[in-house]
Ligand binder design. Sequence first.
Ligand code: AMP
Length: 376
Amino acid sequence: MTFLQLGLPEELVVVIEKEGYERPYPIQLETIPAIIAGKDLLGIAKTGSGKTASFVLPILTNIRKRKTLKNRHVNVLVVVPTRELAIQIETVFKLFSRSLPEKIKTLAVYGGVSINPQMIALQNVNVLIATPGRLIELLESKSVHLDQVETLLLDEADKLLNLGFKKEMDSIIRCLPTKRQNLLFSATLNEEVDNISQLILNEPIVIKIGVEENDIDAIIQKAFAVEEAKKGPLLRYLITEKDWKQVLVFTSSVYKADSVADKLRKNGIEATAIHSKKSQLARNMALEKFKSGELKVLVATDLLSRGIDIIELPVVINYELPRSPKDYVHRIGRTGRADKSGEAISLISPDEEHHFKVIQKKMKKVVETLSIEGLI
Ligand code: AMP
């Protein structure tokens, strides 16, 4: 099956080919025709499955048939949990919409930056991508109206609800017209996601893509047993000795992310920390530099463990383990994306040994633990 056979217009297929997509991923085979047909959809899939293109392409195909709405109304509303994800989805919409003869305007709005430019930009927007808090502010100031929305999409619905956005989601949903297409994507299907899907979805097509298991199989996982005090030297050894183009290092606290990045820099390794205490501008700049390959090492808290797509990231290092096994899977899923393989290395202090066993049990995988003897 080709992208053209799925019902996408030729102009989009040209860009798809330029992007090097040879054939539709499984999720795209199912979602593209369903969304084009105007159906409601529940997609259980995580980043790495080709999920973004699976909704961007059919949404753009449908928008071509619709009129741009006036007076701060939008055709499509995409609600996401984080600013980074908003920016990433905006980029994919822009990449593909540029090829279409119709003028399709996409705008991402999120907190942590000034609201005024967003208010001004909210004219003739076809696709609005928003984090819940900022969207509510824009609704309250009447900078945007949602009563003519034709398609609603919630991405990473599980995270939206985990982060406590339930109340905001209820307020947003109340502003929408009753007749609309609803699309809901979530990495996991838990009770809360099930509740919201029952609330908003109308006879949905349900698509489950088991990427987590596939991803994990594609990732070479290793661990080093190492005293806490030797984690820094071991990290530096690994970064300098191995021939990795780029490394994403995870820590569990903001403080640790800063101190690990500082120490790397003091030792001549270019590194930047990214976490919730950094300004939005600093976060965007660090992410951009990392994505473009300019920055070799990014040290992040779990803020980045979901949703952010960095193509062909060869290795992820857990400087500290995350609390939940799910976050472990999300972290290591930053490597081995789509059909590429990757490496995930965890630095395990004696205090973390038990927790690491729990993670392995949950994941149903045994990870080889290596000794650092002779390395540092
Ligand atoms: P996503 O799950 O949306 O984060 O996508 C993961 C990665 O797969 C992104 O880098 C996409 O550009 C890429 N991608 C999406 N669909 C395809 C496809 N059909 N063929 C090859 N790469 C793709």
